[in-house]
Design a binder for this molecule. Structure first.
Ligand SMILES: C[S@@+](CC[C@H](N)C(=O)[O-])C[C@H]1O[C@@H](n2cnc3c(N)ncnc32)[C@H](O)[C@@H]1O
Ligand code: SF4
Length: 329
């Protein structure tokens, strides 16, 4: 999920164009106490509810990548995923009740994000879809459903469940196809495993494949960046997200020398790689949708045609998930 962003980073003299931002994944800085504690049912009472978005947050990962401060944890000992789904189901029931009469509530889009939703087993993913459908009333097979995955967890059994339940978009975090760069980003993964995962996703015939890549990693050059871009392009993904690396406080990479202070050479590296990536994708039949997002020009249209993300409400369920009405996040 993305917030509105300019098409290109704006270099200002003396100021890094890469300022930290708060994005639609909720993280710790997004929260404030509310002065009064309104009832959920009062907040939703006068809102239009015929084109809502549904977001389910799964806060589990196999590892904590060096760049990541998303709301997640490593592993799930002692049946924690099952207990988490129990809690998610309770929350779904409560929130659904607060939305009121069912004939006035309709979801126009759905997404499972994290963390890594595919950290859940195939059976647990079935349950997650059941919560979305039976508790919240989302018709997953009738609306766009986007799911995030990491290469190791994008297994055939999980992908089969997601495809069968209506997933229209599978977003795979790759970050880099170059082993040394993955290690520099503290993202332990092997190129061969990434390629195998991409093959499994294509086999599952989920209509839209998105690949996330990161530029600005230590040791990354224009040549190695083009190598990753070409490796991604070989799969003809319908979408590509090119993220500038941000080093956020309290992450593994925060220890790097340049963290915190300004680093004009690193800014210059990221700007150069941004331009290289943009030009390369434009030359290979992609259109630029935002600073980070590129779509294959001949890809099928994505997204609900009747959902306007600035005005239609969002129901976020799970720890750290953010909901918003037109008035309040
Ligand atoms: C929830 S993850 C994607 C799914 C899965 N957890 C994974 O990592 O494969 C979200 C994406 O945001 C991007 N991202 C997160 N933190 C970032 C940072 N500090 N700098 C650049 N990109 C970042 C990464 O490309 C990552 O794939
Ligand atoms: S980038 Fe993805 S896999 Fe890595 S810690 Fe963040 S959410 Fe988990």
């Amino acid at each position: 999920m993305t917030t509105a962003e300019p098409l290109a980073p704006e270099p200002l003299t003396g100021v890094s164009p890469y300022q930290h931002y708060v994005y639609a994944y909720p993280h710790k800085t997004a929260y404030r106490p509310l002065p009064a504690r309104p009832l959920l049912s009062d907040l939703w009472a006068a809102e239009p509810k015929d084109a809502l978005s549904l977001y389910l947050h799964i806060p589990f990962c196999e590892v904590r990548c060096g760049f990541c401060n998303l709301f997640t944890r490593i592993g799930a000992p002692d049946g924690l995923t099952g207990a988490y789904l129990d809690a998610l189901e309770r929350q779904a029931t409560t929130v659904r009740d607060a939305l009121g009469e069912s004939d006035r509530v309709r979801f126009a889009t759905a997404a499972f994000g994290g963390g890594t939703p595919t950290f859940l087993t195939a059976g647990e993913l079935e349950r997650l879809c059941d919560i979305a459908e039976h508790r919240m009333g989302a018709d997953l097979r009738a609306v766009p459903l986007s799911v995030e995955a990491s290469p190791a967890t994008a297994t055939a059994d999980r992908l089969a469940v997601l495809a069968e339940r209506g997933a229209t978009r599978l977003s795979l975090g790759v970050q880099s196809f170059v082993g040394t760069e993955a290690r520099a980003a503290v993202r332990p993964q092997r190129r061969a495993d990434v390629e195998t995962a991409l093959g499994r996703i294509r086999d599952a015939r989920i209509p839209v494949l998105n690949i996330d890549l990161i530029y600005g990693i230590d040791g990354q050059s224009e040549q190695s960046w083009l190598h990753s871009l070409d490796a991604a392009l070989a799969w003809r993904p319908e979408e590509l997200y090119l993220y500038p690396l941000y080093v956020r406080p309290l992450t593994g990479l925060d220890r790097r020398a340049s963290a915190g202070g300004s680093d004009p050479a690193w800014d210059e590296q990221r700007l150069t790689l941004y331009r290289t990536g943009r030009d390369h994708l434009l030359a290979h039949g992609y259109t630029q949708q935002s600073m980070r997002m590129f779509r294959r020009a001949d890809a099928p249209p994505q997204g609900a045609d009747d959902h306007a993300c600035q005005t239609d409400g969002m129901i976020g369920l799970g720890c750290g998930a953010r909901s918003y009405t037109a008035e309040l996040h």
